[in-house]
Design a protein. Structure first.
Length: 167
């Protein structure tokens, strides 16, 4: 198998894995009223050291800004997140977890830990670390390629919108 064919096989396997992870995540948190997509947004907010606007959540998680906006609007309507003024950008509100949102995220995280442990059973820590590093390297290459494909004159960077490479 050529290197190109091996990369194609890895990409296809990653697509299949993504689908399985989303389905498993949906099952894991369904009775909490969450989906994998909502859980992903809650996780981005819960794990960030600072409040983030929609565009940063989307960029950090590799999601579309429109989809994150739709999800956060739904979550806000359910009292799971709330919006706050952004001192760096008048229109790009910051998203904050409410107490209910934090409790939901923590409940999901409590379920995820034993699920992840079961999934890791029989795999070496070294193999998991190597896979993580490979996926991170590929993501970084794709992000750099995306950034390089957009002419500098078309990139709008503000204090609330850091370069993708540093996000």
């Amino acid at each position: 198998m050529t290197k190109t064919a091996a990369m194609t096989a890895l990409i296809l396997e990653t697509f299949r894995l993504n689908g399985r992870l989303l389905a498993a995540g949906d099952t894991l948190v369904r009775d909490l009223g969450l989906t994998s997509a909502r859980w992903q947004v809650l996780g981005a907010l819960a794990l960030s050291p600072v409040p983030l606007p929609v565009a940063h959540v989307a960029r950090n998680m590799g999601l579309s800004r429109q989809n994150v906006q739709r999800l956060t609007d739904e979550l806000a309507g359910q009292g799971i997140v709330r919006f706050a003024p952004n001192p760096h950008h008048q229109r790009a509100k910051l998203i904050l977890l409410t107490e209910r949102g934090r409790a939901l995220y923590e409940a999901a995280a409590e379920r995820q830990a034993p699920w992840a442990a079961a999934l890791a059973d029989g795999l070496s820590r070294r193999a998991i670390d190597a896979a993580t590093e490979l996926l991170r390297a590929l993501r970084t290459r794709l992000e750099a390629a995306t950034d390089d494909a957009v002419p500098a004159s078309d990139r709008r960077r503000t204090p609330s919108s850091p370069s993708r490479r540093h996000a």
